[in-house]
Design a protein around this ligand. Structure first.
Ligand code: ZN
Length: 86
């Protein structure tokens, strides 16, 4: 018997990974072992498995795009500020 993960395309499994990030709940078993698969500078496929919502690893478009809420933008603007420096 073929595993469920072998019957679904990578695109479909990444779609489910994104859905899981957005809706929570138990981790979808068919998303186990998904790899980033971005093309590396060596020309091979990236094998990182620690994927973000985007379905990519931290090297290939998985990092945060920064604060989006007003509160987050305000607190990030304060980073590095030293009291009495101005
Ligand atoms: Zn990657």
């Amino acid at each position: 018997m073929a595993l469920l993960s072998e019957e679904l395309s990578v695109v479909e499994r990444k779609k489910r990974l994104r859905h899981w990030y957005e809706s929570g709940g138990p981790f979808p078993l068919e998303c186990r072992g998904l790899t980033c698969e971005a093309r590396t500078r060596a020309g091979t496929l990236c094998k990182q498995r620690n994927l973000f919502k985007s379905g990519r690893c931290r090297f290939h478009g998985g990092l945060s795009t920064g604060p989006t809420s007003e509160k987050g933008k305000r607190s990030s603007a304060k980073n590095g500020y030293k009291a009495g420096s101005d």
